[in-house]
Each structure stands twice: as C-alpha cells, then as structure tokens.
Design a protein around this ligand. Structure first.
Ligand SMILES: [Zn+2]
Length: 325
C-alpha cells in the first residue's frame, strides 16, 4: 500500500496521528483511479501499525493483514457500481460499536460514498455525530458536492489532484517495471490517474479497447449518415460505454486541435502522432474547436438525463467528413 504522490495528504494524516489528533471521519475526494482508496488503506495501516520507525511500516502483521484485506478491525465497503444500502451501514455500525479486536483502531473505509442511498447516508450521519471511541471512518468520493452537506461538514476533507505525467511515468517504471516508452504513453493517457495507468499496464484489454474506439472514430468520419446513425443507436444502449468512448474522443480531438493550431503543448495520444497530424491537416481550427466544445457539452449533458441516443446522433452527424488511411 505505497501511496505515490499526494505527499501533502499523507503528511497531514500522519502528523495528526503523531500528535494524537485523529479525525473521526475523513473524506478523500478526487477523480476515479487517482489513489483515494490506496491512501485510505495506508491511513488504516498507520493507525494500527505495530512496526518500527516508519509508519506505516508495511511489514508488521497488522500492516500485512490490512494489505491482504483480512484485518478484523478494518472494514472495507467497496462495491463499484452498486448502491450502498442502509442494511450495510447498520451492519457496519454494529461492528464499530465493539472495541478493537486486535488493533488500536477500528477503521471503516467506505469507497465511492456517492453510491450511498439517502437512507444509508442518513444512517451513517448518526455515527458521524456521535462517533464511538477508537473509531476512524474514511469516505471517498469523486467530489464533495455529490454528497449530503451534513456528511461533508463532519469530515476532514482531503482533495486529491491528478499526479503529474512525469510522476506517473516514473512510478510505472520503478514500481511496476514498465518499459519507458510504454510508461510514457500510459502516463500521457492517464490524465494523472496512476490507478488507471497501472490497470492499463497490467491488463492489455484496456489499450485494445482504446484502439478500437479510436479506429471507430476514424472510420465513422469516412462514412455517411446511415452508418453514423446506426453507430449512435448501438452505442446509446450502454451508458458506461458512452462515457468511455466520448472521453477518448475528446482527448483525441483536443490533440487534433493542438496540432491544427500549431500549439507546442504535449499531445496525449503519443502512439498515433502520424494519424493526428494527418487529421489536423484536413480540418480547420474552427472545426476542431467546435467538436471539442461539442464533445465536452455532450459528456456533461449525459449526467442530466438527456436523450442519449439523440445527443449521440447530433454529435455523430457533426463529425467532419474526411477519408483517412
Ligand atoms: Zn506496520
């Protein structure tokens, strides 16, 4: 559970620990796969570490049990994509009402707390208002604004920012033995989310999917109305896929815009430079700008219950028509 980057957040938590000022509840916010849960785990380890000079040592029985997910005093509620129900919170509260079994602190990590139903969040509020002794709660969320303000106001809030591209690259090379060229590409594609870069490094299918989505984009631009509308209809059936595809397309068109406008800023899709240059030569800056803006607003509107299929149809029909090799 080595936390990479976010040094200020680790320092803040550890210095609180050293001074005996441990917040009952901490809320760690930041984009997906940026290291929120890793930081939460590391803090759980620090609270219960029995090792030597550096805390958490990562080697004592307690640290190892937490890393392996089998420490009796550390509960993790982490089911991505599923809502967190009141029964789970009540069960957790029963567990937290007991004194620690073998550690000093009972810790509960509630990942992606935006998954909590209103009932579950209100139930947890009771624990936040009257926290049992020797209990530390760590919540994570993509942003504080999506949670009930009553929850947020009772937490110490740590807002994590994306790591620099250089930091992600360096971590991939030294901690995950990635080849420098690959580390460079993944670091650029990650937008500072180390967790994503590591997953992509370990699971080839992530990059393969990206290739497929970018190939589709190029292909669609050489196709007519019928094919584009068919693609929109197909894609609109899977809302998670829509987000994934639009995020990639946005990154792609941002690169096209950078090149078309002669910007010296670094592009993201390093491995497809030739194709980017080719496209940048075939569209106007205005076209690229318009498409970037449109991809942004379509992505934003997806969260607001728009008619996804219609939004995709409009977007697909706005793609410039150009033939690419
Ligand atoms: Zn330890």
């Amino acid at each position: 559970m080595t936390v990479i980057g976010h040094e200020w957040a680790s320092d803040l938590l550890l210095s609180g620990l050293a001074k005996g000022r441990i917040p009952h509840a901490t809320l760690i916010v930041g984009p997906q796969n940026i290291g929120k849960t890793t930081l939460a785990f590391s803090f759980s380890q620090a609270l219960n570490c029995t090792g030597g000079h550096s805390v958490p040592c990562g080697e004592c029985v307690s640290c190892r049990k937490i890393a392996n997910g089998n420490h009796p005093d550390v509960r993790i509620l982490d089911s991505p994509g599923q809502s967190l129900k009141i029964d789970e919170v009540r069960d957790l509260q029963r567990h937290l009402s007991l004194s620690p079994h073998e550690g000093r602190w009972r810790v509960a990590v509630l990942s992606d707390f935006e998954r909590a139903t209103v009932e579950a969040a209100n139930a947890l509020l009771k624990t936040l208002e009257e926290p049992p002794a020797q209990v530390a709660l760590v919540l994570t969320a993509t942003e504080a604004e999506v949670l009930l303000p009553t929850i947020v106001s009772r937490c110490q809030v740590l807002s994590l920012r994306p790591l620099s591209t250089a930091a992600v690259k360096e971590a991939l090379i030294s901690n995950w033995n990635a080849h420098p060229t690959r580390a460079d590409l993944l670091a650029h594609l990650s937008n500072g989310r180390l967790g994503w870069a590591v997953r992509a490094h370990e699971d080839e299918s992530l990059l393969a999917r990206r290739d497929e989505h970018l190939d589709n984009l190029a292909l669609l631009m050489s196709k007519g109305r019928v094919e584009r509308l068919a693609y929109a209809a197909d894609l609109s059936r899977d809302s998670n896929l829509v987000k994934e595809v639009l995020t990639l397309w946005l990154g792609w068109w941002r690169d096209v815009l950078l090149l078309a406008s002669g910007s010296q800023a670094t592009i993201t899709n390093l491995d497809r430079k030739a194709m980017l240059h080719q496209q940048a030569g075939q569209v106007t800056i205005r076209q690229a700008q318009r498409l970037v803006a449109q991809l942004r607003s379509t992505t934003r509107n997806l969260d607001q219950n728009v008619n996804v299929r219609l939004a995709l149809e409009v977007l697909l029909l706005s793609l410039p028509s150009v033939a690419f090799q």
